[in-house]
Design a protein around this ligand. Structure first.
Ligand SMILES: [Zn+2]
Length: 477
Protein backbone atom coordinates (compact mmCIF):
# COMPACT_ATOMS: atom_id res chain seq x y z
CA UNK A 1 0.00 0.00 0.00
CA UNK A 2 2.97 2.29 0.74
CA UNK A 3 3.93 2.47 -2.94
CA UNK A 4 0.37 3.19 -4.00
CA UNK A 5 0.10 5.90 -1.36
CA UNK A 6 3.15 7.74 -2.64
CA UNK A 7 1.80 7.51 -6.16
CA UNK A 8 -1.53 9.06 -5.10
CA UNK A 9 0.29 11.79 -3.16
CA UNK A 10 2.31 12.77 -6.20
CA UNK A 11 -0.80 12.70 -8.38
CA UNK A 12 -2.77 14.89 -5.94
CA UNK A 13 0.01 17.42 -5.58
CA UNK A 14 0.24 17.64 -9.37
CA UNK A 15 -3.46 17.72 -10.26
CA UNK A 16 -5.29 18.99 -7.13
CA UNK A 17 -8.60 17.98 -8.70
CA UNK A 18 -9.19 14.42 -9.91
CA UNK A 19 -11.61 13.47 -12.70
CA UNK A 20 -13.68 10.28 -12.79
CA UNK A 21 -11.20 8.70 -15.21
CA UNK A 22 -8.41 9.26 -12.67
CA UNK A 23 -10.37 7.39 -9.99
CA UNK A 24 -11.15 4.56 -12.43
CA UNK A 25 -7.50 4.32 -13.47
CA UNK A 26 -6.30 4.23 -9.84
CA UNK A 27 -8.88 1.58 -8.97
CA UNK A 28 -8.36 -0.68 -11.96
CA UNK A 29 -4.62 -0.55 -12.47
CA UNK A 30 -3.43 -0.02 -8.90
CA UNK A 31 -6.31 -1.37 -6.82
CA UNK A 32 -6.63 1.91 -4.91
CA UNK A 33 -10.15 2.72 -3.71
CA UNK A 34 -11.57 6.26 -3.88
CA UNK A 35 -11.93 6.26 -0.07
CA UNK A 36 -8.19 5.73 0.22
CA UNK A 37 -7.58 8.63 -2.16
CA UNK A 38 -9.82 10.80 0.01
CA UNK A 39 -7.96 9.75 3.11
CA UNK A 40 -4.61 10.61 1.54
CA UNK A 41 -6.06 13.92 0.35
CA UNK A 42 -7.19 14.72 3.89
CA UNK A 43 -3.64 14.20 5.16
CA UNK A 44 -2.40 16.64 2.53
CA UNK A 45 -5.16 19.09 3.32
CA UNK A 46 -6.78 18.62 -0.10
CA UNK A 47 -10.55 18.17 -0.30
CA UNK A 48 -11.36 15.26 -2.66
CA UNK A 49 -14.83 14.70 -4.10
CA UNK A 50 -15.54 11.20 -5.39
CA UNK A 51 -17.97 11.04 -8.34
CA UNK A 52 -21.23 9.61 -6.98
CA UNK A 53 -21.54 7.11 -9.84
CA UNK A 54 -18.02 5.76 -9.45
CA UNK A 55 -18.97 2.20 -8.50
CA UNK A 56 -21.70 2.09 -11.14
CA UNK A 57 -19.11 3.00 -13.78
CA UNK A 58 -16.72 0.32 -12.53
CA UNK A 59 -19.51 -2.28 -12.64
CA UNK A 60 -20.50 -1.32 -16.18
CA UNK A 61 -16.92 -1.47 -17.38
CA UNK A 62 -16.42 -4.91 -15.88
CA UNK A 63 -19.65 -6.21 -17.40
CA UNK A 64 -18.66 -4.90 -20.80
CA UNK A 65 -15.26 -6.57 -20.66
CA UNK A 66 -16.78 -9.88 -19.55
CA UNK A 67 -19.33 -9.63 -22.38
CA UNK A 68 -16.66 -9.03 -25.04
CA UNK A 69 -14.58 -11.93 -23.71
CA UNK A 70 -17.57 -14.25 -23.81
CA UNK A 71 -18.67 -12.87 -27.17
CA UNK A 72 -15.27 -13.51 -28.70
CA UNK A 73 -15.28 -17.04 -27.31
CA UNK A 74 -18.77 -17.67 -28.69
CA UNK A 75 -17.89 -16.23 -32.08
CA UNK A 76 -14.73 -18.27 -32.28
CA UNK A 77 -16.68 -21.40 -31.39
CA UNK A 78 -19.16 -20.75 -34.20
CA UNK A 79 -16.42 -20.06 -36.71
CA UNK A 80 -14.37 -23.17 -35.95
CA UNK A 81 -17.30 -25.56 -36.11
CA UNK A 82 -16.88 -26.25 -39.80
CA UNK A 83 -13.09 -26.47 -39.63
CA UNK A 84 -11.11 -29.72 -39.39
CA UNK A 85 -9.02 -30.30 -36.23
CA UNK A 86 -5.63 -28.61 -36.19
CA UNK A 87 -2.73 -31.04 -36.48
CA UNK A 88 -0.81 -30.79 -33.19
CA UNK A 89 2.86 -30.86 -34.15
CA UNK A 90 4.01 -30.27 -30.56
CA UNK A 91 2.89 -33.76 -29.64
CA UNK A 92 5.04 -35.32 -32.40
CA UNK A 93 8.14 -33.47 -31.23
CA UNK A 94 8.05 -31.02 -28.34
CA UNK A 95 11.58 -29.84 -29.23
CA UNK A 96 10.58 -28.76 -32.76
CA UNK A 97 10.51 -24.96 -33.00
CA UNK A 98 10.18 -24.14 -36.72
CA UNK A 99 7.34 -25.38 -38.89
CA UNK A 100 5.54 -24.70 -42.15
CA UNK A 101 1.78 -24.62 -42.49
CA UNK A 102 -1.12 -23.15 -44.41
CA UNK A 103 -3.48 -20.43 -43.21
CA UNK A 104 -6.98 -21.86 -42.93
CA UNK A 105 -8.82 -18.88 -41.62
CA UNK A 106 -8.37 -15.39 -40.20
CA UNK A 107 -11.01 -14.10 -37.78
CA UNK A 108 -11.58 -10.51 -36.71
CA UNK A 109 -8.24 -9.72 -38.39
CA UNK A 110 -6.30 -10.94 -35.37
CA UNK A 111 -7.04 -14.65 -34.86
CA UNK A 112 -5.16 -17.01 -37.16
CA UNK A 113 -6.07 -20.67 -37.68
CA UNK A 114 -3.58 -22.96 -39.42
CA UNK A 115 -3.86 -26.54 -40.71
CA UNK A 116 -1.08 -27.56 -38.29
CA UNK A 117 0.98 -25.87 -35.60
CA UNK A 118 3.82 -26.14 -33.10
CA UNK A 119 2.17 -23.55 -30.84
CA UNK A 120 0.95 -25.16 -27.62
CA UNK A 121 -2.31 -23.58 -26.39
CA UNK A 122 -3.18 -22.74 -22.78
CA UNK A 123 -4.31 -25.93 -21.10
CA UNK A 124 -3.85 -28.30 -18.19
CA UNK A 125 -2.45 -25.47 -16.13
CA UNK A 126 0.35 -24.93 -18.66
CA UNK A 127 0.71 -21.50 -20.24
CA UNK A 128 0.70 -21.10 -24.03
CA UNK A 129 3.70 -20.67 -26.30
CA UNK A 130 4.70 -17.40 -27.88
CA UNK A 131 6.62 -16.80 -31.12
CA UNK A 132 5.85 -15.59 -34.61
CA UNK A 133 4.06 -16.49 -37.83
CA UNK A 134 5.69 -14.86 -40.88
CA UNK A 135 7.00 -12.09 -38.65
CA UNK A 136 3.65 -11.55 -36.90
CA UNK A 137 3.98 -11.79 -33.12
CA UNK A 138 1.85 -14.55 -31.57
CA UNK A 139 0.80 -13.24 -28.15
CA UNK A 140 -1.69 -15.90 -27.09
CA UNK A 141 -2.78 -19.37 -28.17
CA UNK A 142 -5.94 -21.17 -27.21
CA UNK A 143 -7.73 -24.33 -28.17
CA UNK A 144 -11.34 -23.73 -29.18
CA UNK A 145 -13.02 -27.11 -29.42
CA UNK A 146 -10.63 -29.04 -31.69
CA UNK A 147 -9.06 -26.02 -33.34
CA UNK A 148 -6.00 -24.06 -32.23
CA UNK A 149 -6.39 -20.31 -32.47
CA UNK A 150 -3.34 -18.03 -32.58
CA UNK A 151 -3.88 -14.47 -31.44
CA UNK A 152 -1.69 -11.94 -33.24
CA UNK A 153 -0.60 -8.68 -31.63
CA UNK A 154 -1.00 -5.94 -34.23
CA UNK A 155 -2.23 -5.82 -37.81
CA UNK A 156 -2.50 -9.14 -39.66
CA UNK A 157 -1.45 -9.08 -43.31
CA UNK A 158 -1.68 -12.84 -43.82
CA UNK A 159 -4.16 -14.24 -46.32
CA UNK A 160 -6.30 -17.35 -46.15
CA UNK A 161 -4.66 -20.18 -48.11
CA UNK A 162 -1.19 -18.64 -47.73
CA UNK A 163 1.81 -20.83 -46.82
CA UNK A 164 3.54 -19.60 -43.71
CA UNK A 165 6.61 -20.26 -41.60
CA UNK A 166 6.08 -20.37 -37.85
CA UNK A 167 8.61 -20.25 -35.06
CA UNK A 168 7.98 -20.75 -31.38
CA UNK A 169 10.03 -19.15 -28.63
CA UNK A 170 12.22 -22.10 -27.60
CA UNK A 171 13.44 -20.73 -24.25
CA UNK A 172 9.87 -20.20 -23.05
CA UNK A 173 8.78 -23.63 -24.32
CA UNK A 174 11.72 -25.37 -22.59
CA UNK A 175 10.98 -23.51 -19.36
CA UNK A 176 7.32 -24.57 -19.52
CA UNK A 177 8.28 -28.21 -20.23
CA UNK A 178 10.71 -28.24 -17.32
CA UNK A 179 8.14 -26.82 -14.95
CA UNK A 180 5.48 -29.23 -16.12
CA UNK A 181 7.71 -32.29 -15.76
CA UNK A 182 8.92 -30.98 -12.39
CA UNK A 183 5.29 -30.76 -11.24
CA UNK A 184 4.86 -34.51 -11.86
CA UNK A 185 8.13 -35.25 -10.07
CA UNK A 186 7.28 -33.12 -7.01
CA UNK A 187 3.76 -34.50 -6.79
CA UNK A 188 5.10 -38.03 -6.34
CA UNK A 189 7.94 -36.85 -4.07
CA UNK A 190 5.35 -35.17 -1.82
CA UNK A 191 3.32 -38.39 -1.75
CA UNK A 192 6.37 -40.43 -0.73
CA UNK A 193 7.35 -37.96 2.02
CA UNK A 194 3.93 -36.93 3.36
CA UNK A 195 1.81 -40.01 2.71
CA UNK A 196 -0.45 -41.75 0.22
CA UNK A 197 -3.35 -39.35 0.79
CA UNK A 198 -1.52 -36.64 -1.17
CA UNK A 199 -3.33 -35.80 -4.38
CA UNK A 200 -2.98 -32.92 -6.82
CA UNK A 201 -5.62 -30.27 -6.13
CA UNK A 202 -4.47 -27.81 -8.78
CA UNK A 203 -1.39 -26.68 -10.67
CA UNK A 204 -0.05 -23.86 -12.79
CA UNK A 205 3.06 -23.96 -14.95
CA UNK A 206 4.58 -20.66 -16.03
CA UNK A 207 7.95 -20.00 -17.65
CA UNK A 208 9.42 -18.39 -14.52
CA UNK A 209 7.91 -20.67 -11.86
CA UNK A 210 5.16 -23.17 -11.12
CA UNK A 211 2.86 -24.11 -8.30
CA UNK A 212 1.38 -27.40 -7.25
CA UNK A 213 -1.52 -27.57 -4.79
CA UNK A 214 -1.73 -30.84 -2.89
CA UNK A 215 -4.18 -32.31 -0.43
CA UNK A 216 -2.55 -32.48 2.99
CA UNK A 217 -4.01 -31.75 6.42
CA UNK A 218 -1.32 -29.40 7.69
CA UNK A 219 1.58 -27.24 6.59
CA UNK A 220 4.59 -29.54 5.99
CA UNK A 221 7.56 -28.92 8.28
CA UNK A 222 10.79 -27.36 6.96
CA UNK A 223 12.35 -30.78 7.24
CA UNK A 224 9.61 -32.40 5.15
CA UNK A 225 9.88 -29.69 2.50
CA UNK A 226 13.64 -30.24 2.28
CA UNK A 227 13.09 -33.98 1.94
CA UNK A 228 10.62 -33.43 -0.92
CA UNK A 229 13.08 -31.07 -2.63
CA UNK A 230 16.01 -33.47 -2.25
CA UNK A 231 13.97 -36.43 -3.47
CA UNK A 232 12.75 -34.49 -6.51
CA UNK A 233 16.32 -33.50 -7.41
CA UNK A 234 17.47 -37.08 -6.97
CA UNK A 235 14.90 -38.20 -9.53
CA UNK A 236 16.20 -35.48 -11.86
CA UNK A 237 19.78 -36.68 -11.50
CA UNK A 238 18.83 -40.29 -12.09
CA UNK A 239 17.82 -39.08 -15.55
CA UNK A 240 14.79 -41.34 -15.76
CA UNK A 241 13.09 -41.60 -19.14
CA UNK A 242 9.72 -39.86 -19.53
CA UNK A 243 7.54 -41.97 -21.84
CA UNK A 244 4.48 -40.56 -23.49
CA UNK A 245 1.92 -42.77 -25.23
CA UNK A 246 -1.79 -43.12 -25.92
CA UNK A 247 -3.82 -45.90 -24.37
CA UNK A 248 -7.48 -46.97 -24.15
CA UNK A 249 -8.95 -45.44 -21.03
CA UNK A 250 -10.16 -48.62 -19.32
CA UNK A 251 -6.85 -50.35 -19.98
CA UNK A 252 -4.96 -47.45 -18.43
CA UNK A 253 -7.26 -47.39 -15.41
CA UNK A 254 -6.80 -51.14 -14.91
CA UNK A 255 -3.05 -50.98 -15.25
CA UNK A 256 -2.29 -47.82 -13.24
CA UNK A 257 -5.41 -47.12 -11.17
CA UNK A 258 -7.24 -43.85 -10.78
CA UNK A 259 -4.12 -42.10 -9.59
CA UNK A 260 -3.49 -41.23 -13.25
CA UNK A 261 -6.17 -38.52 -12.93
CA UNK A 262 -4.03 -36.13 -10.87
CA UNK A 263 -4.99 -33.22 -13.09
CA UNK A 264 -8.64 -34.28 -13.19
CA UNK A 265 -10.36 -36.76 -15.49
CA UNK A 266 -9.43 -36.18 -19.14
CA UNK A 267 -11.91 -36.65 -22.01
CA UNK A 268 -11.72 -39.23 -24.80
CA UNK A 269 -11.72 -43.00 -25.18
CA UNK A 270 -7.98 -42.97 -25.76
CA UNK A 271 -6.00 -41.04 -23.19
CA UNK A 272 -2.48 -39.64 -23.25
CA UNK A 273 -0.26 -41.17 -20.59
CA UNK A 274 2.89 -39.50 -19.27
CA UNK A 275 5.07 -41.97 -17.41
CA UNK A 276 8.24 -41.14 -15.49
CA UNK A 277 9.91 -44.53 -15.16
CA UNK A 278 9.14 -46.22 -11.82
CA UNK A 279 8.00 -42.91 -10.38
CA UNK A 280 4.80 -41.30 -11.64
CA UNK A 281 2.10 -42.10 -14.20
CA UNK A 282 -0.51 -39.50 -15.14
CA UNK A 283 -3.08 -38.89 -17.85
CA UNK A 284 -1.85 -35.52 -19.09
CA UNK A 285 -2.01 -33.42 -22.25
CA UNK A 286 0.97 -31.25 -21.33
CA UNK A 287 4.43 -31.06 -22.85
CA UNK A 288 7.29 -32.74 -21.03
CA UNK A 289 11.04 -33.19 -21.14
CA UNK A 290 12.11 -36.51 -22.69
CA UNK A 291 13.99 -37.45 -19.53
CA UNK A 292 14.09 -36.09 -16.00
CA UNK A 293 17.70 -34.91 -16.40
CA UNK A 294 16.52 -32.16 -18.76
CA UNK A 295 14.36 -30.65 -16.02
CA UNK A 296 17.49 -29.30 -14.33
CA UNK A 297 17.59 -28.27 -10.69
CA UNK A 298 14.30 -27.97 -8.80
CA UNK A 299 14.06 -25.37 -6.03
CA UNK A 300 11.02 -25.06 -3.80
CA UNK A 301 10.55 -21.37 -3.04
CA UNK A 302 7.40 -21.23 -0.92
CA UNK A 303 5.04 -23.58 0.87
CA UNK A 304 1.79 -22.32 2.35
CA UNK A 305 -1.63 -23.54 3.38
CA UNK A 306 -4.15 -21.97 1.03
CA UNK A 307 -7.26 -23.55 2.51
CA UNK A 308 -8.28 -26.28 4.88
CA UNK A 309 -6.55 -29.45 3.70
CA UNK A 310 -4.76 -27.87 0.73
CA UNK A 311 -1.08 -26.95 0.68
CA UNK A 312 0.48 -24.88 -2.10
CA UNK A 313 4.05 -25.63 -3.16
CA UNK A 314 5.69 -22.98 -5.34
CA UNK A 315 8.87 -23.94 -7.09
CA UNK A 316 11.27 -23.17 -9.93
CA UNK A 317 12.94 -25.62 -12.29
CA UNK A 318 15.92 -25.39 -14.67
CA UNK A 319 17.32 -21.92 -15.35
CA UNK A 320 14.52 -20.34 -13.31
CA UNK A 321 15.77 -22.30 -10.27
CA UNK A 322 19.31 -21.02 -10.84
CA UNK A 323 17.97 -17.45 -11.09
CA UNK A 324 16.11 -17.97 -7.84
CA UNK A 325 19.22 -19.26 -6.05
CA UNK A 326 21.31 -16.40 -7.46
CA UNK A 327 18.77 -13.87 -6.19
CA UNK A 328 18.87 -15.35 -2.72
CA UNK A 329 22.63 -15.36 -2.82
CA UNK A 330 22.57 -11.68 -3.77
CA UNK A 331 20.39 -10.89 -0.76
CA UNK A 332 22.85 -12.65 1.51
CA UNK A 333 25.76 -10.84 -0.13
CA UNK A 334 24.05 -7.52 0.43
CA UNK A 335 23.53 -8.34 4.09
CA UNK A 336 27.18 -9.42 4.36
CA UNK A 337 28.28 -6.15 2.73
CA UNK A 338 26.28 -4.13 5.26
CA UNK A 339 27.92 -6.02 8.13
CA UNK A 340 31.28 -6.10 6.32
CA UNK A 341 31.79 -9.77 7.06
CA UNK A 342 32.14 -12.93 4.90
CA UNK A 343 28.87 -14.72 3.97
CA UNK A 344 29.27 -17.50 6.53
CA UNK A 345 29.44 -15.01 9.37
CA UNK A 346 26.16 -13.26 8.45
CA UNK A 347 23.83 -15.16 10.83
CA UNK A 348 26.18 -14.84 13.82
CA UNK A 349 26.87 -11.19 13.10
CA UNK A 350 23.20 -10.38 12.63
CA UNK A 351 22.47 -12.07 15.94
CA UNK A 352 25.20 -10.09 17.70
CA UNK A 353 24.04 -6.79 16.21
CA UNK A 354 20.47 -7.54 17.17
CA UNK A 355 21.46 -8.32 20.75
CA UNK A 356 23.54 -5.17 21.01
CA UNK A 357 20.77 -3.13 19.48
CA UNK A 358 18.30 -4.45 22.05
CA UNK A 359 20.69 -3.65 24.89
CA UNK A 360 21.34 -0.18 23.54
CA UNK A 361 17.62 0.43 23.35
CA UNK A 362 17.25 -0.56 26.98
CA UNK A 363 20.07 1.82 27.83
CA UNK A 364 18.41 4.64 25.85
CA UNK A 365 15.13 3.93 27.60
CA UNK A 366 16.86 4.23 30.98
CA UNK A 367 18.55 7.49 30.04
CA UNK A 368 15.29 8.86 28.69
CA UNK A 369 13.53 8.17 31.97
CA UNK A 370 16.33 9.93 33.85
CA UNK A 371 16.24 12.84 31.45
CA UNK A 372 12.49 13.29 31.73
CA UNK A 373 12.73 13.16 35.55
CA UNK A 374 15.35 15.88 35.46
CA UNK A 375 13.40 17.97 32.95
CA UNK A 376 10.25 17.61 35.04
CA UNK A 377 12.10 18.81 38.14
CA UNK A 378 13.57 21.75 36.28
CA UNK A 379 10.17 22.76 34.90
CA UNK A 380 8.61 22.60 38.35
CA UNK A 381 11.38 24.74 39.81
CA UNK A 382 10.77 27.43 37.17
CA UNK A 383 6.98 27.31 37.46
CA UNK A 384 4.97 29.72 39.58
CA UNK A 385 1.95 28.55 41.48
CA UNK A 386 -1.33 30.18 40.43
CA UNK A 387 -4.31 29.61 42.72
CA UNK A 388 -2.66 26.46 44.04
CA UNK A 389 -1.96 25.17 40.53
CA UNK A 390 1.42 24.50 39.03
CA UNK A 391 0.71 25.71 35.50
CA UNK A 392 3.11 25.09 32.63
CA UNK A 393 2.61 25.59 28.91
CA UNK A 394 5.87 25.00 27.12
CA UNK A 395 7.49 23.97 23.88
CA UNK A 396 10.26 21.38 24.16
CA UNK A 397 12.35 19.82 21.45
CA UNK A 398 11.45 16.24 22.38
CA UNK A 399 9.46 13.39 20.91
CA UNK A 400 5.97 12.31 21.93
CA UNK A 401 7.09 9.53 24.26
CA UNK A 402 9.43 11.88 26.12
CA UNK A 403 6.79 14.61 26.38
CA UNK A 404 4.26 12.17 27.82
CA UNK A 405 6.75 10.89 30.33
CA UNK A 406 7.52 14.46 31.54
CA UNK A 407 3.83 15.27 31.90
CA UNK A 408 3.36 12.08 33.91
CA UNK A 409 6.32 12.90 36.15
CA UNK A 410 4.94 16.37 36.94
CA UNK A 411 1.47 15.07 37.68
CA UNK A 412 2.96 12.43 39.96
CA UNK A 413 4.72 15.05 42.05
CA UNK A 414 2.07 17.77 42.32
CA UNK A 415 -1.32 17.86 44.03
CA UNK A 416 -2.74 20.33 41.54
CA UNK A 417 -1.14 20.87 38.16
CA UNK A 418 -1.89 21.81 34.58
CA UNK A 419 0.79 20.81 32.09
CA UNK A 420 0.73 21.31 28.33
CA UNK A 421 3.85 20.45 26.35
CA UNK A 422 4.29 20.93 22.61
CA UNK A 423 6.95 19.44 20.36
CA UNK A 424 7.58 17.41 17.24
CA UNK A 425 9.55 17.80 14.04
CA UNK A 426 7.44 16.78 11.00
CA UNK A 427 4.19 16.66 12.89
CA UNK A 428 3.24 18.87 15.81
CA UNK A 429 2.53 17.08 19.06
CA UNK A 430 0.70 18.50 22.04
CA UNK A 431 0.62 16.52 25.22
CA UNK A 432 -1.30 17.72 28.22
CA UNK A 433 -2.42 16.64 31.64
CA UNK A 434 -4.43 18.07 34.48
CA UNK A 435 -4.63 17.12 38.14
CA UNK A 436 -7.21 18.82 40.38
CA UNK A 437 -10.57 20.54 39.57
CA UNK A 438 -11.31 21.77 36.00
CA UNK A 439 -9.90 18.52 34.76
CA UNK A 440 -12.42 17.68 32.03
CA UNK A 441 -12.79 21.24 30.76
CA UNK A 442 -9.06 21.77 30.51
CA UNK A 443 -8.42 18.43 28.88
CA UNK A 444 -10.90 19.27 26.12
CA UNK A 445 -8.84 22.36 25.32
CA UNK A 446 -5.66 20.36 25.10
CA UNK A 447 -7.19 17.70 22.89
CA UNK A 448 -8.26 20.21 20.29
CA UNK A 449 -6.44 18.42 17.45
CA UNK A 450 -2.89 18.62 16.20
CA UNK A 451 -1.68 21.83 14.58
CA UNK A 452 1.10 22.17 12.03
CA UNK A 453 4.60 22.61 13.42
CA UNK A 454 4.73 26.22 12.19
CA UNK A 455 1.59 27.03 14.18
CA UNK A 456 2.68 25.26 17.36
CA UNK A 457 3.78 28.40 19.23
CA UNK A 458 0.53 30.15 18.35
CA UNK A 459 -1.57 27.22 19.48
CA UNK A 460 0.36 26.91 22.75
CA UNK A 461 -0.25 30.59 23.39
CA UNK A 462 -3.95 30.17 22.76
CA UNK A 463 -4.08 27.22 25.16
CA UNK A 464 -2.25 29.35 27.69
CA UNK A 465 -4.97 32.03 27.44
CA UNK A 466 -7.78 29.51 27.68
CA UNK A 467 -6.27 28.03 30.82
CA UNK A 468 -5.91 31.50 32.30
CA UNK A 469 -9.59 32.18 31.62
CA UNK A 470 -10.63 28.96 33.31
CA UNK A 471 -8.40 29.38 36.31
CA UNK A 472 -9.31 33.05 36.57
CA UNK A 473 -5.98 34.79 36.40
CA UNK A 474 -3.54 35.52 33.60
CA UNK A 475 -0.41 33.44 33.63
CA UNK A 476 2.92 34.13 32.11
CA UNK A 477 4.67 31.29 30.35
ZN1 LIG B 1 0.78 -32.90 -16.33
Amino acid sequence: MKRGENYVKRLLLKKKKLEKDDFVELYESKGIQPETVQEIGRKLGIQIDVPSDFYVTIGEKREKREKTRKQIEEELKQHVESLPPTEELYYEDPYKTIFEARVFKILQSKYVILDKTCFYPVGGGQLHDTGEINGHKVISVQKVNHVIVHEIGGQVTLKEGQHIKGRIDLERRLALMRHHTATHIINEAARRVLGKHVWQAGAEKRPDRARLDITHYRLPSKDEVRKIELLANKIVMENRPVRIFWMPRNEAEQKYGFRIYQGGVVPGRNIRIVEIEDWDVEACGGLHCENTGKVGPIKIIKVERIQDGVVRIEFCAGLAAIHQIQQQEELLEKAAAVFRVPLVQVPKTAERFFKEWKELNKEIEKLRTQLSSMTAEKILKDTKTVKGYKITVKRLNLNEKELISIVEKILEKEEKAIVVLGGGVDRAIIVGGVKGPFKTELLSIVRNGGPKVQQLDQVLQRISHLIAEKVGQPISS
